[in-house]
Design a binder for this molecule. Structure first.
Ligand SMILES: C[S@@+](CC[C@H](N)C(=O)[O-])C[C@H]1O[C@@H](n2cnc3c(N)ncnc32)[C@H](O)[C@@H]1O
Length: 309
């Protein structure tokens, strides 16, 4: 049968005209069509089958449900048939009721989509959200980082340095452990990060030219320095004018075991310690705040301290 004849046959029934009119703007499932038209499920499925045969209607599976919609690419005679069917449906006595029911069904669909967010409003940051993680936020923030020259002091194996190197002009990762430097350098090479250079050295006297970097990072490293004030002053020396220092460290704690478990020299720092050392080293625009608290005991808290040279 030609497609014109198929279309004419498909539209020769008032119920199918109603269905075409209902699918004019929104895709609908069989259940939704049933609720709007008050017709039985099998009748609706049969009508939809004929409309699909004539290629006026398409379907899409979404999990266990199937949604139907008018062919969005219909042109020529198919488009004209659809327009005629919609005009015809408007003349049917059921049309008014269909449109009222359609509005109700669509409103409920919208409300259902909002139920979850309405439930979690006000505590959204504390509930699980699929795919939403600090790690993902970190990657997003990295993308907006300008092409800086960065010194990561007490870099470890370069967890942070590697991430930074993907966006920054150059990253110099300094650590005083020979093994860690060798491991980090090999990993950077394997990952093709030519702009990440590992150097063996002390964070209190980093092997970096004065006035040569835009950003110094001390991430969980300052509490290993025997004289933290000296490390902050040394960071000031290698920074270019208006360069930034960023320190992530532990807020002062009473967990004595940290010395033997993690080799820590200091039990974290008070905000006032960091403020004083940054001021003494000549940093301006100093901002210090607690940015994280661990859920598990001993509930370590992390301070972020920053300043500008
Ligand atoms: C807790 S790790 C932090 C690693 C990394 N910054 C991070 O946030 O994942 C501390 C690192 O500092 C290094 N370190 C300790 N004392 C140091 C010093 N005086 N100079 C340079 N690095 C030091 C250690 O070898 C270790 O790799």
């Amino acid at each position: 049968m030609s497609s014109t004849l198929k279309s004419l046959r498909a539209l020769s029934d008032p119920t199918r005209l109603r269905i075409v009119a209902l699918l004019e703007r929104d895709e609908l499932s069989v259940n939704e069509l049933q609720e709007v038209t008050r017709l039985g499920q099998s009748r609706i499925s049969t009508h939809l089958g004929l409309l699909q045969d004539s290629e006026l209607v398409q379907s899409r599976r979404d999990g266990k449900r199937t949604f139907y919609k008018l062919d969005p690419d219909a042109d020529g005679p198919a488009r004209e048939f659809i327009q005629l069917a919609i005009r015809g449906a408007r003349e049917l006595p059921e049309h008014g009721g269909d449109q009222i029911n359609l509005k109700r069904v669509l409103n409920r669909r919208r409300e259902q989509a909002q139920v979850y967010f309405n439930q979690v409003a006000g505590r959204f940051d504390r509930v699980y959200g699929p795919g939403r993680s600090w790690q993902a936020f970190g990657h997003l923030l990295l993308r907006i980082l300008p092409p800086l020259v960065v010194a990561d002091l007490g870099a470890g194996e370069g967890l942070l340095s590697e991430l930074l190197a993907r966006r920054c002009k150059k990253v110099i990762a300094v650590d005083n452990s020979e093994k860690i430097v060798a491991f980090g350098a090999a990993k950077a090479k394997k990952n093709g990060l030519k702009n990440l250079e590992f150097r063996l050295g002390d964070l209190q006297n980093p092997p970096i030219e004065p006035n040569s970097v835009d950003l110094v990072i001390l991430s969980q490293a300052l509490h290993h320095a025997s004289v933290p004030a000296q490390a902050i002053a040394a960071a000031g020396k290698i920074l270019r004018p208006r360069g930034q220092i960023m320190i992530l460290d532990l807020l002062k704690h009473n967990f004595e075991k940290a010395r033997e478990l993690y080799g820590d020299h200091w039990p974290g720092f008070a905000e006032s310690d960091l403020q004083r050392w940054l001021q003494d080293a000549g940093f301006k625009k100093i901002e210090i705040s607690v940015v994280a608290r661990e859920e598990q005991p001993p509930h370590f808290q992390t301070i972020l301290a920053g300043g500008e040279k």
